[in-house]
Write a protein that binds this ligand. Sequence first.
Ligand code: FES
Length: 170
Amino acid sequence: MQNSLSSDFISEIVRKHNNDPQQLTAILHDVQEASGQNYVAKEWAGQIAGLLKLPIAHVYEVLTFYSMFSTVPQGRVLIEICNSASCRFNRSQELLGWCREELGIGVGEITPDGEFGIVYTSCVGACDVSPALKIGDDVYGNLDRSKFTQLIASFRENRPELREPLICQS
Ligand code: FES
């Protein structure tokens, strides 16, 4: 399931950011997005370090410091479930149960086909519609069981029109 990015493709991303070491976070973000599995493999980080003429240790430090980055595959569609107070008080455990029923996985796991992964995140600023979850740049709240099923189906079937009405914030 591990995806691979060619060294040419990584060089192209770095070039897009003018080979600028100040752009390291943005470069890692773009590489993670391009991976198709929401991660930056350690060997890619090594290549980025070489291209930016930065110590590898520094690139690893940035990669492991920010929770938005992962060095292991997290699934093509990463479901980030808010684990902060409002959501916890407001049925976020139910969301986890629905994930288990729909996808057969829990937090920190990915489906065998690599399509979906689940992680916890902290408050995504949608407490008024909690429990909330985030997928990509979009936040979903006020979910009930059937809306959740619709949301998952929209990604499974690659039908964005099904999820657009469910988005609370972009
Ligand atoms: S506590 Fe979950 S969105 Fe704020």
